[in-house]
Design a protein around this ligand. Structure first.
Ligand SMILES: [Zn+2]
Length: 301
């Protein structure tokens, strides 16, 4: 494949240019869809709706079809949406969210508000400025065959009341565990060691506050990671290399991906200076350097 031969810079510049072409193609697809719908061609060709045409004739999934149909209608109704889609200030998903509420009258106010906003932020803006109710949020169960099998089995063995009790009990336990971690009544009294991997609660809170509850990783080009879940505390100067757990300046909050990425980088750098005999021993803990303390569970000492 051509891309395998490309360097990092060529890949990063190349993908931008292909995405631009993809956007242009999307806009053409939306124009075609509007015209096909205007002429009712889907009907003549044996489809029950434009959505059915998009799925069976064009091969889109249900949600992909819905996003394109919403966007096509929106661009047709409000032409000012088109340039926003063109330069990525609005995605197809974002247009789907605003499509039912946007009118020629409110577009001049609504479009600058939603342009560049994520699909998470848009419902809040709509609720605040346009009297649109916020969608009900709940825990989304991930697609997991084992979980689905267990749920189905439990469903067959229990009443609706049992199922409700089970969910409530499981949530109570999970909340209790999370609270015990973030809001413990008092810090566990640990013997003060000169050099310990254990990060005191006050330091963990300080670091979390400084990071705004987000992964602190920033790329060379200045892009900050926005992950807010499954975060881990990590020593900037490795604990094994004398880095302190008492100094909040030496502790950073990282998502799992960036913790592993930085550890791998550090490990690769270290490998160049470590004799081959030491390398064979490998890692001893959470990452390649055995550094991190996971946020989800109690911090190791
Ligand atoms: Zn991250």
């Amino acid at each position: 494949m051509e891309s395998k031969k490309l360097g990092k810079k060529e890949l990063l510049v190349g993908i931008k240019s292909w995405v631009k072409k993809e956007k242009q193609a999307t806009l053409i697809v939306l124009e075609y869809l509007s015209e096909i719908d205007r002429r009712n061609l889907w009907q003549e060709e044996g489809y029950s709706s434009l959505s059915d045409f998009c799925m069976r004739y064009l091969g889109y999934s249900g949600p992909e079809a819905a996003r394109r149909i919403h966007a096509a209608g929106c661009v047709e109704k409000i032409p000012e949406v088109k340039p926003l889609l063109e330069d990525s200030r609005l995605s197809l998903s974002a247009i789907s969210l605003i499509a039912p509420h946007i009118t020629a009258a409110n577009a001049p106010k609504m479009l600058p508000l939603v342009a560049g906003k994520s699909t998470r932020e848009i419902p809040e803006l709509l609720a605040e400025h346009f009297d649109v109710p916020l969608p009900k949020e709940g825990i989304k169960l991930p697609h997991d065959p084992e979980l689905e099998k267990l749920l189905k089995e439990y469903e067959g063995l229990s009443s609706e009341k049992d199922q409700l009790v089970l969910i409530k009990d499981a949530l109570k336990i999970a909340i209790k565990q999370k609270r015990a971690y973030w809001e413990p009544k008092k810090e566990v009294n640990r013997p003060v060691k000169k050099h310990t991997r254990y990060i005191p609660l006050a330091k963990r809170r300080e670091v979390r506050k400084q990071s705004d509850g987000r992964c602190a990783y920033k790329s060379d080009s200045g892009v900050r990671c926005n992950q807010t879940v499954h975060l881990e505390f990590d020593h900037s100067v490795a604990w094994a290399h004398g880095g302190s757990s008492q100094d909040a300046g030496n502790i950073r909050l990282l998502c799992k991906v960036h913790n592993q990425f930085l550890a791998r980088n550090q490990f690769e750098k270290a490998r160049k200076f470590v004799p081959a005999t030491s390398r064979a021993r490998g890692s001893d803990g959470d990452n390649a350097l055995g550094e991190s303390v996971r946020v989800a569970g109690r911090g190791r000492g």
